[in-house]
Design a protein around this ligand. Structure first.
Ligand code: 13P
Length: 250
């Protein structure tokens, strides 16, 4: 994937009708680019709409916000990696803070989801990030390192796995508080060092995105910060005009 990676996580916004309108407006204003990749993570019900709208655009891809680790079976309400792929997803978000903190997702479950994504031929974007209490206790580095190591612990042959990382401090998500470019850089650098330890120079090829109250005004300064190679955007990605400005950040 071309870096930077600009990713829109719509969370529980934009059903199929809104998604269709969004894609029409967004793609109408976003000419194909070869210098970056845009990923849209719609709710699963809007996946086909988004992927169909982006068909023919190699610079805009669809992703799924969550999967179950099994391929199929009696798991009411869940969707599997092969199903998401069938609906047009190329990437899976794993371990988003809302999955971890609202729905109780564990590192062990994240690890199984990463395996399931790879098995289905999807890239995974593993999200890590500390809570405010953990930050204040000086545990940020330990927490994100642990989440990274545990998240990929079941992925065999990690060196050839297709994946991305997102650093999203929990205290910055949806709060209007953004990590400073320097704070983001420091954690991204730590994650890069971990990746190098795990998979050598291949670690340099893994995009590391920042997320947490990114908007059209702060996107440029975050994207200029060393080791910040993309943005994962929630609230400011739901409306096409705001997303268009962020996707075109210089
Ligand atoms: P906000 O941009 O709304 O803070 O959300 C960030 C996020 O969780 C993206 O995955």
């Amino acid at each position: 994937m071309k870096r930077p990676v600009l990713a829109a996580n719509w969370k529980m916004n934009n059903g199929p009708t809104a998604a269709r309108a969004f894609m029409e407006t967004f793609l109408g204003g976003y000419a194909p680019r070869t210098d970056r990749t845009v990923i849209i993570f719609p709710p699963a019900v809007s996946l086909s709409t988004v992927s169909s709208a982006a068909a023919g655009r190699t610079d805009v891809v669809a992703g799924v916000q969550n999967i179950h680790w099994a391929e199929k079976g009696a798991f009411t309400g869940e969707i599997s990696a092969p199903m998401a792929k069938d609906a047009g997803a190329r990437v899976v978000l794993v371990g988003h803070s809302e999955r971890r903190h609202v729905f109780g997702e564990t590192d062990a479950q994240c690890a199984k989801k990463c395996v399931a994504a790879s098995r289905a031929g999807l890239a995974f974007m593993l999200c890590v990030g500390e809570t405010i209490a953990q930050r204040e206790a000086g545990e940020t580095e330990r927490v994100v390192t642990h989440q990274l190591r545990e998240g990929v612990s079941q992925t065999s042959n990690l060196i050839s796995a297709d994946f991305l990382l997102a650093y999203e401090p929990v205290w910055a998500i949806g709060t209007g508080l953004t990590a400073s470019a320097g704070d983001a850089s420091a954690i991204h650098t730590l994650l890069r060092t971990q990746l190098r330890q795990m998979i050598g120079t291949r670690g340099d090829e893994i995009p590391i995105l920042y997320g947490g109250s990114v908007n059209a005004d702060n996107a440029a300064s975050l994207l200029r910060a060393p080791e910040v190679e993309g943005l994962l955007v929630g609230g400011a990605s739901v409306e096409p005009s705001s997303w268009l400005a962020i996707a075109q950040t210089r």
